[in-house]
Design a protein around this ligand. Structure first.
Ligand SMILES: [Zn+2]
Length: 288
């Protein structure tokens, strides 16, 4: 069923996949209620800064708890946080618009006028390397710039965000990555895939949301922070938030897309298995 965001009560702002804090009194995090034209259609994926995780290790604290207390005492925050084992926490109601992706006016102008791709420095002297621009263009071949991915001035208006602490910290792994070289675990990849499906259900994204309507390899419903703001989220070697726009990616988007595809197909497959099982006269579970 397709649901359209009209009023607060129309849409569930909580994910049933996520845990909530007991004391949620301050879950506005300095944000505001979304307007009627700000239906959530995008999940922005973030890598949590390694300094927070490194600090937790120094203090002998659980990295996830450290991240949770960090984000829930800040005035800006993403909506979700996912740990190495896939523990998903909801910190802010989806229906609250918070600033998890900040693109300032000078950078926005450089995206819109093409300067970003020509090595023009922003007002802080930051430049985007040729290699990073090439990685971005490979991911988004049919879009002019990071600011052309969405039909809104700020992606915060129409998105929720998820933070993921990296499992690669201080030059080594503190939890096993999905695959060597990546900075996130299998459970974090799966968790992002499942949360995206849950958001699509609750916010009525409709069919085809997993695909780029223009035919590129990535879905505009599922960008990383770096896809939206390369000035703020890249270094000469490439993007770092979450680190897919680089020669050696730290986050595996094709895997996330595959997992979502499997999740979306699961309903059809169980119906198929039930039909096949009844055709051969056995219980569906015995087909495995
Ligand atoms: Zn970010």
């Amino acid at each position: 069923m397709t649901r359209v965001w009209k009023v607060w009560a129309d849409t569930a702002g909580d994910s049933s996949l996520a845990m909530r804090l007991d004391d949620d009194a301050d879950d506005w995090r300095g944000g505001r209620e979304r307007r009627s034209d700000e239906s959530v259609g995008v999940l922005v994926v973030h890598m949590t800064g390694r300094t927070i995780v490194a600090k937790a290790l120094r203090e002998g604290l659980d990295p996830l708890e450290k991240c949770l207390s960090y984000y829930t005492t800040k005035r800006t925050s993403s909506h979700y946080l996912i740990g190495y084992d896939g523990e998903l926490w909801q910190m802010t109601d989806d229906r609250i618009r918070v600033g998890h992706v900040g693109v300032e006016t000078p950078e926005r102008a450089l995206y819109l006028n093409g300067g970003w791709a020509q090595g023009v420095a922003d007002h802080e002297g930051r430049k985007i390397s040729k290699a990073t621009v090439a990685s971005w263009r490979k991911a988004w071949p049919h879009y002019k710039s990071p600011q052309h991915l969405f039909h809104t001035k700020s992606v915060n208006n129409v998105s929720v965000g998820i933070e993921m602490p990296p499992c690669y910290v201080n030059g080594g792994y503190i939890a096993p990555p999905l695959r060597k070289g990546l900075w996130h675990t299998a459970a974090q990849h799966l968790g992002v895939a499942l949360l995206a499906c849950d958001l699509a259900d609750r916010w009525g994204w409709g069919p085809g949301w997993l695909f780029d309507p223009k035919g590129g390899p990535r879905s505009p419903a599922l960008p990383g922070h770096e896809d939206v703001d390369l000035y703020g989220r890249s270094q000469p070697s490439g993007g770092w938030d979450p680190g897919a726009l680089r020669a050696q990616p730290r986050w595996d988007w094709p895997m996330v897309h595959s997992l979502i595809g499997m999740r979306l197909a699961a309903g059809g497959i169980s119906a198929f298995l039930a039909r096949a099982a009844s055709a051969v006269g056995v219980a569906a579970t015995r087909l495995f």
